[in-house]
Design a protein around this ligand. Structure first.
Ligand code: AMP
Length: 423
């Protein structure tokens, strides 16, 4: 419970209320994501907000910070250990296997938009409840699907108004020689520099040496700048796969920047790893990322099911758009300003007619004065105000005012729809 002594209750630390006007952009972005993903053949999927804790322990991994430090786990009345999902992929893969979707046509292509929960230290762009949109393509390790997934994420961000930089890497495959051989090279390097590493990173040498690249500690970052990188140690199958992914991205005209130190924070990643970053977000400059997770299904007890996906943070994208001064598009095209007897009733009829024709329309229901209604019209973000006073009402007309240029003219009420559509 979050309360001042005797004061009003407040939302829990690290959570946000999403209210107008921000909620419009929020909802618009989530809808744009769904539209973009579905146009590429990704079908919507919803999985439970909580899962068996074991799913994340085994899937996301016991060496990831998300699992060791950040999970909201609880015991239910039946004594089961459950966890509010900290990420979306493990649940989606579990659902695909549980419902045998992977026995049908492959790849299984799904998208989601869901709340995630991580007990992190809250700061700007880092919350305890946040929303991710993401896609997953499961059932093939073909590099063309890697490129498809990355391009869909890139296109979504760009159509939202962002100009992200795509960081790309391959982190090899645990079953292949590359990762095993590289692990030894990296461990040897880390052992030689153990004293220079931040103390919390020293234990990673034994648990997950690759994760030292992900450290936020200045001492560790300095050491890792001269560490051997995995891309110099990929086995031929992984190197070939990575070359093919890059060739597909080149063919699609998707720019990327090779980042051999990019590793991702969850244990299940293999081969392709990527992240979309954008300046203006300060230290939280990642809008999202993803990668291949070819061993995840087996980690959670399923059949082999290679896959790749990404998750993008809606909170973070909106913050970045704000920083860059990129406005959302208003949903109201016309605000009806009604003055005098009978005008509200007529304004409601007109607004309804416009709405039925797919035009955004709103009106004042509280009989404000002319000035107050014009203020509301401006606040609504509408391009036009349609003024309906006693004169207009008697003539079956409205005064259509362009709120950007200030120009206005009387037009027949029946022409309102076509005039607004014509802009
Ligand atoms: P991850 O699942 O850690 O790879 O995160 C993918 C994206 O989700 C990040 O780049 C952020 O945009 C977003 N994200 C992750 N954690 C948080 C958080 N605690 N608060 C807000 N957004 C987050």
């Amino acid at each position: 419970m979050t309360a001042n002594e005797g004061g009003a209750l407040r939302a829990p630390k690290g959570t946000n209320d999403i209210l107008p006007p921000d909620s419009f952009r929020w909802e618009g972005l989530v809808r744009l994501a769904g539209d973009t993903f579905e146009r590429a053949g990704y079908a919507p999927a919803e999985t439970p907000t909580f899962e068996d804790t074991a799913l994340f322990e085994r899937g996301v991994g016991n060496t990831s910070e998300v699992v060791t430090k950040q999970m909201y786990s609880f015991e239910d009345l039946g004594g089961r250990s459950l966890t509010l999902r900290p990420e979306g992929t493990a649940g989606v893969v579990r659902a695909v296997i549980e419902h045998n979707l992977h026995r049908g046509a492959l790849p299984v292509k799904l998208h989601y938009g869901s709340w995630m929960f991580r007990q992190e230290r809250p700061q700007r762009g880092r919350y305890r409840q946040f929303f991710q949109v993401g896609i997953e393509a499961m059932g093939t390790d073909s590099p063309s699907v890697d490129a498809e997934v990355i391009e869909v994420g890139d296109r979504f961000l760009r159509s939202a108004g962002a100009t992200p930089t795509l960081l790309l890497n391959s982190i090899g495959h645990p079953a292949a020689d590359c990762k095993i051989g590289y692990n030894q090279v990296l461990v040897d390097f880390l052992r030689a520099h153990e004293g220079e590493l931040a103390p919390e990173d020293r234990k990673r040498i034994d648990t997950n040496p690759l994760r030292t690249f992900d450290s936020k500690e200045a001492a560790t970052i300095a050491v890792m700048a001269s560490a051997p990188v995995i891309t110099d140690h990929l086995c031929s199958a992984c190197a070939e796969h990575f070359e093919a992914v890059k060739a597909h991205l080149d063919a699609l005209g998707v720019d990327y920047s090779l980042e051999p130190r990019l590793v991702r924070g969850l244990d299940y990643y293999t081969r392709t790893a990527f992240e979309f970053v954008w300046s203006g977000l300060g230290s939280q400059n990642a809008m999202g990322g993803g990668g291949r997770y070819d061993g995840l299904s087996e980690m959670i007890g399923g059949d082999p099911l290679p896959g790749i996906g990404f998750a993008l943070g809606v909170d973070r994208i909106l913050l970045a758009l704000d920083e860059h001064g990129i406005q959302g598009r208003p949903k109201i095209d016309v605000y009806l300003v009604a003055q005098g007897d009978g005008a509200v009733a007529e304004a409601l009829v007109l607004a309804t007619r416009l709405r039925r024709a797919g035009i955004g329309a709103d009106l004042d229901h509280t009989m404000r004065g002319m000035k107050g209604q014009m203020k509301e019209a401006a606040r609504s973000g509408a391009r036009f105000a349609a003024i309906l006073g006693p004169d207009e009402l008697a003539a079956g007309e409205v005064t259509l005012r362009d709120l950007t240029s200030g120009e206005q003219q009387r037009v027949p009420a029946t022409d309102l729809e076509s005039r607004v559509k014509a802009g």
